[in-house]
Ligand binder design. Structure first.
Ligand SMILES: Nc1ncnc2c1ncn2[C@@H]1O[C@H](COP(=O)(O)OP(=O)(O)O)[C@@H](O)[C@H]1O
Ligand SMILES: [Mg+2]
Length: 301
């Protein structure tokens, strides 16, 4: 297998163009083979996609009062001559909801992808608490940008794919629970091509929360959701957080973010320009939108 991501993209195109049930099921077999290869490579083969030498990890990295779950130091990601991330050092503490704020193109998605090992930093380090970095990454639930699904497969079939990847003991139960929590249990056996934009987004969130991860990374999760779904997802995330789940969430919708986040990082043109700790948020009467607009003033004028 070549680059597994290219391979997955190729398979997705094949699946999307499959016209009959049997064509779909034969594609599923191909997918399962690809999945086995991917697992083998993650388990230590030569093709491990997320094993980057400059990453390291620590079991017990403490920052202040609570242990850090994610620590990035001086992350820089250069595309051509542009730094999509420019020396970003962020510490996400256990049990927090870290709100990542920034305009389009500020570098939020880039930072999340680097933390998850989906893309490589040009320089800087990522530390994830709790074990070997690729192992910890596999246990992080995430949704990055618009979730990609196989249109010709059902919600259930799509989620099984991820459930197998993260080796859940009881995939069916985990899938049922996740679909129930995001409010689309009736969509379990519907093909993704019949989903609305918002329903796809909810399926992406279901994939992220499946199997009760201890850490969640969500990139603009409420984009495209209707008001009822927004409230449902907000309550779901608050409930998970109460049970100890650490969450990193980026959003443009600052009013919504403010109902969730316990601390913030503001990114402007690849640079982390300000952070608000939990103490800052609790002690001050901060309006995130006002603060953000004033930080971005230099850019706006
Ligand atoms: N694969 C890529 N190739 C070139 N430029 C990229 C790539 N991915 C992101 N960028 C650029 O990096 C910057 C940050 O992008 P991104 O992290 O997606 O921002 P955000 O998520 O905050 O909107 C943008 O200028 C974007 O155009
Ligand atoms: Mg983004």
């Amino acid at each position: 297998m070549g680059n597994w991501f290219d391979e997955a993209s190729r398979l997705k195109r094949m699946l999307d163009s499959a016209e009959s049930e049997s064509a779909v099921s034969s594609q599923i077999n191909v997918l399962e083979d690809a999945l086995r290869d991917l697992k083998a490579s993650l388990a230590g083969g030569t093709q491990a996609p997320a094993r980057d030498s400059h990453f390291n990890y620590s079991h017990e990295y403490y920052a202040g009062d609570r242990p850090a779950v994610i620590t990035t130091k001086g992350i820089t990601k250069t595309y051509g001559d542009y730094n999509a991330n420019d020396g970003v050092s962020i510490t996400v503490k256990k049990g927090s909801i870290y709100g990542l704020v920034g305009r389009n193109g500020a570098g939020k998605t880039t930072w999340m992808k680097i933390v998850l090992g989906l893309t490589k930093a040009t320089s800087g380090t990522v530390e994830l608490a709790g074990g070997e970095i690729n192992e910890v990454r596999r246990r992080i639930g995430f949704m990055i940008e618009s979730p990609a699904f196989y249109d010709n497969l059902t919600a259930y079939q799509n989620l099984v794919y991820r459930a197998k990847l993260i080796e859940l003991d009881d995939p069916e139960r985990a899938i049922d629970e996740a679909l129930e929590k995001v409010g689309i249990p009736e969509k379990k056996n519907a093909k993704v091509k019949t989903f609305s934009l918002g329903q796809k987004q909810l399926l992406g969130i279901a994939a992220a929360i499946m199997g009760d991860p201890e850490t969640l990374i969500l990139d603009e999760p409420v984009n495209g959701l209707d008001p009822v779904a927004i409230v449902k997802i907000r309550n779901l995330l608050l409930d998970m957080n109460k049970k100890g789940v650490t969450i990193v969430i980026s959003s443009h919708i600052l009013g919504e973010l403010q109902k969730l986040a316990t601390c913030y990082g503001f990114i402007l043109e690849g640079k982390l320009v300000k952070e608000l700790s939990e103490a800052d948020v609790m002690n001050g009467d901060v309006n995130i939108e006002d603060l953000f607009v004033s930080l971005a003033k230099g850019e706006l004028s």
